[in-house]
Design a protein around this ligand. Sequence first.
Ligand code: SF4
Ligand code: SF4
Length: 326
Amino acid sequence: MLKIGYLNLDNPIAIISEESDFRDLASRASSNGSAGLVMLERFNLDEVDPSEIKVTLNRHRTPSALGFSTVGGELEDLVEVAEMAAEGGRLMEVELSQTDGIIELVREIKSSGAALSVRTGPGAFKDLRSLARELKEGGADLLHLDLRGLGPEAPKVVKRVSDGGTPKLMVRYDVGDFEGARALLSMGADMISLSDEADPEFVAWLADALKRFHDLVGWYNAPKHICSGGDLRGIAFCCPPVKNCPLLGALKKINISPKEFIERKLALTKGTPLEPGDGTCFGSLAWCCKITKPCFMRDAVLDRHGISPDEYMRLKKRLAEDLLKA
Ligand code: SF4
Ligand code: SF4
């Protein structure tokens, strides 16, 4: 369902386990195997060496993908630990305390082949957008943002970071229901991390609900339409810019003109299943709305061309990625 570096995750829920002694964790959310990822935290590299981390990781038997977070240590310690992570197929996370030299740090760690997550929070750095962009340029696989305590501001922060360009985005937030999870995912979060104290049954239910949602809709973290407050990925659902609407502001953000947008969308959908669209508002599925917006005209085209609703959304996801990449 989701790939973070070399890790294949079954669902977008991560459990952050703060214990380092795992003998007594039967009742914890990390133990029932329902989370896509379990992260063991946090190993102080000034105090433990890679072999100890490896032993701890190997002791934690789980069907979930496994990672660990680190603090401290010199660059050579981080690289040594990264080599161990790469060898074992684990996700390594570095908790960031300063941005100086961050790109070099990320590149050094990535040169070991490890899948890398960088963790921070809005209190730690003023300009999260630039940090996220730098991490993406440096090749980090995941940005783990701790947004606990932000309340209704959290989805807005996610949207700002996502719109500015970021590696895959994992958000630490105490979601309590499906809608709370969707509020973050639909603004550009790829994953949600929860505490090991979370109710294991709730974690299993949420992970399963998101998997089923993905199977049904084809894009578990699909954005809203731009005019409904969605992040930039929503341009995949936009019509041609023929009137004054929020799309114009979105195009300014990605620095392309309305004319270029039309040309780019047509070029990217030419010869693909999104090209046809007889009877739709703008003659092509390229301009059509999200599948959750009921429309018999679009659905008639999908039927005629044998495109299932989830396949339609997968194609729109790819279109959003290509539009924002170009
Ligand atoms: S182009 Fe259409 S879908 Fe996009 S923001 Fe404007 S009205 Fe909404
Ligand atoms: S045909 Fe339907 S889905 Fe397509 S743009 Fe018009 S209203 Fe949206």
